[in-house]
Design a binder for this molecule. Structure first.
Ligand code: FMN
Length: 487
């Protein structure tokens, strides 16, 4: 069988036989109802990003950002929840119509997003079809593992759940949670398992504490091990969707019709940004053509605590430098911490550091990094006055978008009085601001540009070159046709 024939062979995902091609969900707003519907209309899987789903679009075609009125963080959290539900409803409606009854429409939730379960529950209720079933075929969930309750909500609504995992360990936890412990009660709810390569995929990455971020492991053996466990649990027919680093499908020939990995499909994340329908700005699309190998960095700057992969722009560089200007400190002077931090505006005798660190701290202060900020690890970082004000504003303007945020210390749990009780961590970014600025497309150097590590392949891919060498952006239909050729 030729590669084209293999890639044209349908695979059973989320209750239907569709092309083995799935759109990776991308928040905030980088996949929406229009793009998901266009993927589904080609009998593939389209994925709406639930987080920050647009409630409407302005005259310039750009999405209208959420606006908040409440003076309290909890009030803004509730406003965010209702805007998210409204936005999801709009996007689902758009995808449902655009799909023309073909393919699958999925919706992507981040487990760690603030209120994700409440949003999911309400969205699934509001998108029910009168004739039974739902306008959404599946929920896909990453950045945290789907819980028993998530599986139950999906099962009750007749919607599949496609959990995203990155290791055998995560699959085992998941199976214990949603599969085996309830005597197969939720067995039928799993529509596919997404294996997201934690070293290559864009967005959040599921590198575990047992894995080394600097030592990537090849995916084949990991997926083979996943399949074995799935088969041992009677999941022979459940497809594995391979995500992360997928660009040319010809590179995956050996994975097709291969008993070691079983039925598979491919999830397209970064490559899907380069389509006409994709709502990111033209500047972001141009940037993708300029990215070079190593320009995407795996980092620990997400307030979720997960690793994530983003383009190394000014924002990433500044976060790295901020973390580099870091020393241990104590609040009291002692033999080992015998030097006080001294500078204009630094309260006297508040922070003590070691004598060895004193010289570099004085140098940072002389360079203008005059504000020491404590971290939850008993260290201080040094930033400029302006940066300290920006970090503070991100904390005070928090809307609770992450269920436990390292930056704002917001915690969704009322019993914990909505606080993690930890020291705010000034080494991480405000993900809401970063992603919102990226989708607004106005200041890409200071936005969070999530990217897969193979983004650099866009520059040399002849598919994107029109006559006279100008960049050519395809439609989703053209991309899917191209992918099916293996190129
Ligand atoms: C800009 C961007 C935003 C993303 N946002 C999300 C998200 O909100 N939820 C999610 O589960 N995955 C997200 N991802 C991951 C993709 O869905 C996909 O799995 C991943 O990009 C696959 O790797 P690739 O980029 O190498 O194709 C995002 C990826 C990118 C590039």
């Amino acid at each position: 069988m030729s590669l084209i024939e293999k890639l044209s062979k349908p695979v059973f995902i989320d209750g239907a036989w569709i092309r083995p091609l799935i759109q990776g969900g991308k928040g905030v707003g980088a996949t929406n109802g229009k793009t998901a519907g266009a993927w589904a209309a080609e009998n593939a899987g389209g994925t709406i990003a639930a987080i920050g789903a647009a409630v409407g679009y302005g005259e310039n075609g750009r999405e209208v950002p959420y606006s908040y009125e409440s003076k309290t963080r909890h009030g803004r959290f509730e406003e965010m929840l209702s805007m998210s539900v409204k936005g999801c409803q709009l996007q689902v409606e758009t995808a449902y119509k655009a799909s023309n009854g073909k393919g699958r429409v999925r919706i992507n939730f981040l487990k760690m997003a603030g209120g994700s379960m409440r949003i999911m529950r309400q969205v699934l209720e509001k998108t029910r079809l009168e004739s039974g079933g739902n306008k959404i075929h599946a929920v896909t969930m990453g950045a945290g593992l789907a819980s028993e309750e998530d599986a139950r909500i999906c099962a009750d609504e007749g919607v599949y759940l496609d959990p995203i995992i990155s290791s055998v360990m995560a699959l085992k936890v998941l199976l214990n949670r949603t599969y085996r412990n309830w005597a197969g009660r939720y067995q039928d709810v799993i529509g596919a398992v997404v294996y997201e390569d934690p070293w290559l995929a864009g967005g959040h990455n599921g590198i575990t504490s047992r894995e080394n971020p600097d030592e990537p492991q090849a995916p084949y053996e990991r997926v083979k091990a996943l399949r074995k466990i799935m088969n041992d649990n009677g999941m022979h027919e459940v497809a594995i969707i391979i995500a992360g680093g997928v660009w040319y499908l010809r590179d995956w020939q050996d994975w097709l019709d291969n008993q070691d990995v079983g039925p598979i499909a491919f999830q397209i994340g970064t490559r899907d940004l380069l389509t006409k329908e994709c709502p990111i700005s033209d500047e972001w699309k141009d940037l993708l053509f300029r990215m070079k190998e190593q320009d995407v960095v795996l980092n620990k700057f997400s307030p979720t605590g997960f690793y994530s992969s983003a383009y190394k722009n000014g924002m990433m560089v500044e976060l790295k430098e901020r973390s580099n200007r870091q020393v241990p400190f104590t609040q009291k002077l002692s033999n080992s911490m015998s030097a006080p931090v001294e500078g204009k505006g630094v309260p006297a005798n508040k922070y003590s550091i070691s004598l060895e660190d004193k010289e570099k701290v004085d140098r940072w202060i002389a360079q203008g990094f005059t504000i020491p900020l404590p971290t939850p690890d008993n260290t201080l970082i040094f930033v400029t006055n302006e940066k300290a004000r920006e970090i503070k504003s991100h904390k005070t303007e928090c809307v609770g978008c992450i269920s436990t945020c390292k930056l704002s210390t917001w915690c969704e749990d009322a019993d914990k009085k909505y606080s993690t009780g930890k020291t705010p961590d000034p080494r991480v970014h405000c993900i809401r601001k970063g992603l919102q600025e990226a989708i607004a497309g106005e200041n890409l150097d200071n936005s969070l540009i999530f990217s897969g590590h193979n983004a650099y392949k866009a520059a040399d891919d002849p598919f994107y070159r029109g006559e006279n060498g100008t960049a050519l952006i395809p439609t989703i239909k053209q991309l899917i046709e191209r992918l099916t050729t293996g190129d």
